[in-house]
Design a protein around this ligand. Sequence first.
Ligand code: MG
Length: 363
Amino acid sequence: MQKPPKAVLHVDLDAFYVSAEVREDPELKGLPVVVGADPEGGKGRGVVVACSYEARKLGLRSGMPISQAYRLCPQAKYLRPDWGLYERVSEEVMLTLKGLADKFEQSSIDEAFLDVSSRASDGESARRLALEVKKAIREKHGLSCSIGVAPNKSSAKIASDRNKPDGLTVVPFGNIRGFLGPLPVGVVPGIGSKTQEFLKEKGILTIGQLQQVDGRQLLAWFGKNGVWLWGVVQGEENTEVRQQEMPKSLSVERTFKEDVDDFGKVRAAAAEASSELMRRVKSSGLSYRVGGVKIRFRGFETHTREKTMVSQTQSEQALQEVVDGLLDEFEARGKPVRLIGVRVSRLQRGSEGPSKLDDWAKA
Ligand SMILES: [Mg+2]
């Protein structure tokens, strides 16, 4: 039986880690920003995790040794990764995206597939929906994204990468093969440098050339992956967007009307936020493994800290203790506080037992 036509958006947030940092500290806007190891004046070890488009223009790339980045661009703003921040921003954005889709599948911290088939049957109507998605992400979250629109997931993903940042690329719904043909084989998810090298030896550089290769040959070269690859390059890949119900984390935040000097008030607000958060966790039938805090001082200086529990738990008291402990170092700073937040992550259905999150993430 023929499957009904599908419309899929692949949404990819632009320079996500850096964009999240810029949103926290608008003074970084327009500057070369590098997230990664401390450059220590050029002697630092470790690598660039992410960099802004302004930094990319100066030759910086993610994965580059931080010392090399510093030689190229000592004037860049160098930031240590704030994973708690990225997870929280991701969580907010993903909730919005989920609300805009029939079916929603988060594929990484900054990427998701949206099945919008009930409201779009062709490229034009799907393109209009993609514009709405971009607008929502910009207006609600202050972030830009690039979107690929296609009748299947694999070509939507390839398309979202064609025109960044703030891009929108629509694959012709009647001609996926034609769209893919001129592109280099390396744009196919899963074709890494080794496979590219292998194909190059066979004289295959473009997807168009790969489209000429018999399916049995691909099977012989790549085993089961060859079957998948054949579907992708022929535009026949048709896997479903898989709805996931489990949130990655939950959080509650309190912004004070006026910055607070009395740290006792900050602790009280954190305790109250913890109670509210735990009501949500329990009412969703979840347990958590990691508890954390977010604190923002006057002037937007923001910090996050977290602590992993020995096991999954639904205990409010355990969260209260962790939160109180994590706040100690901030009390010692003696600065006025603007915002306090409490967060739990590594969520799991049920109240205890070993974390199944890894299995869930793989499924
Ligand atoms: Mg991205």
